[in-house]
Design a protein around this ligand. Structure first.
Ligand code: CAA
Length: 389
């Protein structure tokens, strides 16, 4: 029997501030039911002026390093689609902030929201080659759309860090994977823009098409039958998308799509995404965190994962929670990461949304806003300066 490989530990961090959808609805005159029921979102995390994907990534990974040490981590793979540099990996800053050993390879991966799944599979391959090593996979993103655009209500920010290892304490990841790629322009962000360009309704169709393709490939490669899964973790740009996706999948398989069955399979994965918003690469793994923190004991019961990244790439695979996993989840810390956010008014949110770092690279000190463990202190000579409290 081959050694199981998978997720040994999982921790997440999110932004300093939170905007309630009621405040956004009061500003733009939207009936709140559209947000709470129509897209399934209640609030969105908003990063402070001195937070970015690096500070969130380091905050997410620090508890993992504290629990397991640095000796066995030989690779850091940071997935993001809100990158801060065209050349240097954000993971190198994180490597310094966490005090990781110099004998480490560090790389950044990108394919929209799918990147973290590529990182996870890359990590599994490395651990298979050398089961003594551990790989730190981090998904970190700030999701930002134009003010007063349809996408605005789906913004969010978070980082999920996962330690990938042999004999994992949380979830063993299985073969096969079902894969799908199609060249579509549903969502993209050219280098000169901070906010993404999105064709919202086209992006939902592209997602469902990709789900179908990935599931078909998974089935053709000897994957499990849909009835074998206890739950499904879908990429959640907004939580209602998990419902849409699962209904589409059941329909495609010719199975019953009644509301109760769909809610039972996806509902427990939505608790964190519903209040954090879209965290792009991190979203599907925030879904896993919520599921593992839930009331049900999932020991030995397969979970289906559907990772989707616009543009587009999708992957369907399965994971199985291992015996004893409930002793290793971080439920209290996860709830605290959400509860510690400070509520901002619509006006304060708008000011945060409109600020951007100067593009001339000259000296700039950022406002001291975050109470988190790491901050972006400023920029000097085109270099980002990070500090640890
Ligand atoms: N009460 C209850 N429900 C209501 C309502 C009310 N008062 N008013 C409207 N609704 C419902 C609508 O019926 C609709 O439900 P269905 O989708 O089930 O039909 C839902 O609320 C949304 O309404 P609209 O479609 O009219 O909303 P919209 O046009 O303003 O935009 C959106 C919705 C396209 C998702 C938009 O938020 C958007 O562009 N988001 C960004 C793109 C995105 O998230 N795409 C998802 C797939 S791409 C991907 O997954 C990658 C990624 O992370 C970006």
């Amino acid at each position: 029997m081959t050694t199981p490989i998978g997720i040994h530990d999982l921790s997440f961090a999110t932004g300093e501030f939170v905007l309630e959808h009621t405040a956004l609805a009061a500003h733009n005159g939207t009936e709140i039911g559209k947000y709470h029921l129509g897209i399934g979102q209640e609030s969105m995390s908003v990063p402070a002026a001195d937070e970015d994907i690096v500070t969130m990534a380091a905050a997410a990974a620090a508890p993992i390093v504290a629990r397991h040490g640095t000796d066995r981590i030989r690779t850091v793979v940071l997935a993001t689609e809100s990158s801060i540099d065209q050349s240097k990996s954000a993971g190198v800053y994180v490597h310094t902030l966490l005090g990781l050993q110099s004998a480490t390879r560090v790389v950044e991966l990108k394919q929209a929201c799918y990147g973290a799944t590529a990182a996870l599979q890359f990590a599994i391959g490395l651990v298979r080659r050398d089961p003594a090593q551990q790989v730190l996979v981090i998904a970190s993103d700030v999701s930002k759309y134009e003010l007063d655009s349809p996408g605005e209500a789906t913004q969010g920010a978070a980082a999920v860090a996962m330690l990938v290892a042999a004999d994992p304490a949380l979830v063993r990841i299985e073969d096969p994977s079902g894969l799908y790629t199609a060249d579509v322009m549903d969502f993209w962000r050219p280098n000169y823009r901070e906010a993404a360009i999105v064709d919202g309704h086209e992006s939902i169709s592209a997602y469902l098409q990709a789900l179908e393709g990935a599931w078909k490939d998974y089935s053709e490669h000897g994957g499990r039958a849909p009835q074998e899964f206890a739950a499904f973790c879908y990429h959640q740009p907004f939580t209602k998308m998990a419902t849409k996706a699962h209904r589409h999948m059941l329909n495609y398989c010719g199975l019953d799509t009644d509301d109760a069955a769909v809610a039972a399979a996806t509902g427990p994965t939505t608790a964190y995404n519903r209040v954090i918003g879209n965290s792009y690469t991190a979203s599907v793994y925030l879904g896993l965190a919520a599921l593992l923190d839930g009331a049900d004991d999932l020991t030995g019961r397969p979970i289906g994962f559907l990772s989707y990244g616009s543009g587009s790439v999708a992957e369907f695979f399965a994971g199985v929670p291992v015996a004893g996993y409930r002793a290793h989840v971080r439920t209290e810390e996860n709830h605290a990461a959400i509860a510690r956010r400070r509520t901002v008014s619509y006006a304060e949110y708008r000011e945060l949304h409109e600020r951007s770092l100067p593009v001339d690279g000259g000296d700039h000190a950022t406002a001291e806003q975050t109470t988190g463990p790491f901050r972006l202190a400023g920029i000097s000579g085109h270099k980002r300066l990070y500090t640890r409290r």
